[in-house]
Design a protein around this ligand. Sequence first.
Ligand SMILES: Cc1cc2nc3c(=O)[nH]c(=O)nc-3n(C[C@H](O)[C@H](O)[C@H](O)COP(=O)(O)OP(=O)(O)OC[C@H]3O[C@@H](n4cnc5c(N)ncnc54)[C@H](O)[C@@H]3O)c2cc1C
Length: 436
Amino acid sequence: MILPEYDNQCGWYELLNNVSSFPPLEDQATFHTVVIGGGFVGNAAARRLAENLPDEPFLLIDALKIGQGASGRNSGFVIDQPHKRELELSSDAHKAKIVRLNRTAIEYFETQIDKYGIECQWSKAGKYQAAVGERGEKHLANYEHLLKQGNEVYHRLSAEEMRNVFGTDYYSAAIYTPGGMLMQPAALMRGLADNMPSNVRVVEETPISEIERTGTGFVLTANNGAKVRCRHIILATNIFTPELGFMRNRILPVMTFASMTRPLSEAEMSVYGGQTDWGLTPADHAGTTVRMTQDRRLIIRNSYRYAHDYNTPAHLLPKMKLRHREGFLARYPHLKDVEFEYTWGGASGLSGNFETFFGKVEEGVYASCCDQSVGAARGTISGMMLADMVAGRHGQLLQDMVEVSGNPSWLPPKIFLRVGVPLRMQMARFASRSEL
Ligand SMILES: Cc1cc2nc3c(=O)[nH]c(=O)nc-3n(C[C@H](O)[C@H](O)[C@H](O)COP(=O)(O)OP(=O)(O)OC[C@H]3O[C@@H](n4cnc5c(N)ncnc54)[C@H](O)[C@@H]3O)c2cc1C
């Protein structure tokens, strides 16, 4: 069985101060529902369960410290718009539902951040989508067309505006949409876990290794031997779900990598010439995501690999760092003395047919997975709606959630994926080679 591992490399997590401590599970206890996995899905599910059923006890349990998994390792965009394939391929009604669901997740984050004073660089910074060269511009024109179709507010930047925000002339075109948020993901995940309602017990560094069905529910065994009983299980375990025996051959684990610089000095900020607190995603899907944080760190994210081994192989990081360096210097040759302080990888769950999964897997077992790598908003609203499903609360949002979700297709055996997926990724990288 492959379990999540933490490699001490993720910049977001490593920069946290005073990380709280939730003790591992050691006793035997009984809960109404156990939420396995403390990422976006699990965090939201546990809180909403506690709100729905304030007199019942719940357990939120993670194999790692909360914030060390993918939800604490991402680029920190909380996107309100449908993304990539969902934007390109789905109907207007489908897209409107996704926007409504994502915006509900954003409101949920804002409520918790305000209520508990969570310091996580949360910002209504919006999102830039930027193009490099002819191929990127073609993708951007299509994006603009889709935004127009959806009556979404956006702004096309002039060359001067791009230079003033991004501090580089690297991009040939860019579009700004105001709805997206930026945040420090590990800080957000810790802040949410630290402020769980009192009927949620949080347990960390305790992987669940076995799920056994009994007459009235389940017995879960942790790999330290501790056991818990419950009536319902929410699997918020993302790409690790098949390791617990569910959604086998349906989740495609894909890893991407990021590097973060040290903070720019005052003098380097004037050489840079751009703003702080912005984030751009590439118009061309295989391109590079770039962020400038509130604390003056630049982040470069690109490259994909088929993550058959789920966790980040340490030997790949130096190669990824070099690739990020190339992308960084292409954009910021004037900042050549600014080194990367951290480089890390993280894996998301995709599916073969771009469908996400949400709902009941079998009696008493619920899951959300294959979020196609936009889990901040989508995972959060999925977790909330799974909690409503478990509590028997059926509203419009839950109905919309069911309607925008689907059935991830069966994937070929791993042995074929290990050849086929890297080949497709290499082809995509070659096609997008004009952007470093
Ligand atoms: C580099 C990178 C950049 C990204 N950028 C963005 C972005 O900007 N915006 C965005 O929306 N999305 C982004 N994503 C995707 C996003 O991070 C994921 O979609 C999201 O984190 C998935 O959330 P989750 O709750 O489903 O899973 P996870 O965050 O993976 O949580 C699953 C949890 O389950 C735990 N677990 C697994 N197995 C067990 C077990 N047996 N017992 C106990 N616990 C277990 C794991 O430790 C983990 O904490 C990015 C991803 C990466 C890697």
